[in-house]
Design a protein. Structure first.
Lengths: 114, 112
C-alpha cells in the first residue's frame, strides 16, 4: 500500500495553462506539505497544512493555491504556469514531535512547462 | 536564515570503499535528519539525531552529530551499489509541524 501518493507522476504543459496536482496519504497523519525540488536538487517547503488548516505559507507566488478538503488530502493548483515553475513537486505528511518527527514523502510530480 | 552546507557535492566510488559526507549549519540545529533520495523517488528518512555528540548506527551507516549541534557526518562502510542516491541533511525547525530546511545534498554514485 502506498503511504503518500501523488498524481500525476509527470505533467508536461504549455506556459499560461492552469494545472493541478493531487496528493493523498493513508498514514493517518495530521500534517501535510508541499515541497519543491529544483533542477539542482534543492528542496524547499512551500506549504504546510495541519488538520486542513494552513500553517506554513512560504514566499510562494499566489498563482500557487493549496487546498485540503480533508486531512488525508492536499492538492496543489497552479495558475498561469511559467517556465520557472518547472520542477519536481513533492507532497509529504508527518506526525510526531520535533525530535521524533517522521516525515514521509510521496514519489513526486515532475512538472515541465514549455 | 539558516544555511545548510553539504560536502562533497558529488562523490563517485567503487563498491566496497568507505566514505563520509558532511553537513554543516550556520546555526544550531533544532534536530537533524538525514534522508536518502533515489532517482525518480521521494526522500526517505534514514535517521533523526537530537543530542550533541550523539552517534547512531543503521547497518553499515553511522551518523554522528557534533557536540555543538552545528554539524553532522554520515559514514558508510563497504559501500554497495544500492547506496547510490542523493543524501540530504535537514533541520526539523523545532516546531511541531515539521518544516524542514534542507541542504543541497551529496550525490553518491557507487560503481560495481
Amino acid at each position: 500500500d502506498t503511504a503518500v501518493s501523488q498524481t500525476p507522476k509527470y505533467l508536461v504543459t504549455q506556459m499560461g495553462n492552469d494545472k493541478s496536482i493531487k496528493c493523498e496519504q493513508n498514514l493517518g497523519h495530521d500534517t501535510m506539505y508541499w515541497y519543491k525540488q529544483d533542477s539542482k536538487k534543492f528542496l524547499k517547503i512551500m506549504f504546510s497544512y495541519n488538520n486542513k488548516e494552513l500553517i506554513i505559507n512560504e514566499t510562494v507566488p499566489n498563482r500557487f493555491s493549496p487546498k485540503s478538503p480533508d486531512k488525508a488530502h492536499l492538492n496543489l493548483h497552479i495558475n498561469s504556469l511559467e517556465l520557472g515553475d518547472s520542477a519536481v513537486y513533492f507532497c509529504a505528511s508527518s506526525q510526531g514531535t520535533p525530535s521524533h518527527n517522521i516525515m514521509v514523502f510521496g514519489p513526486g510530480t515532475r512538472l515541465t512547462v514549455l | 536564515t539558516q544555511l545548510l552546507e553539504q560536502s562533497p557535492q558529488f562523490l563517485s566510488i567503487q563498491e566496497g570503499e568507505n566514505l563520509t559526507v558532511y553537513c554543516n549549519s550556520s546555526s544550531v540545529f533544532s534536530s537533524l535528519q538525514w534522508y536518502r533520495q533515489e532517482p525518480g523517488e521521494g526522500p526517505v528518512l534514514l535517521v533523526t539525531v537530537v543530542t550533541g555528540g550523539e552517534v547512531k548506527k543503521l547497518k553499515r551507516l553511522t551518523f554522528q552529530f557534533g557536540d555543538a549541534r552545528k554539524d553532522s557526518s554520515l559514514h558508510i562502510t563497504a559501500a554497495q551499489t544500492g547506496d547510490t542516491g542523493l543524501y540530504l541533511c535537514a533541520d526539523a525547525g523545532g516546531t511541531s509541524y515539521g518544516k524542514l530546511t534542507f541542504g543541497q545534498g551529496t550525490i553518491l554514485t557507487v560503481h560495481p
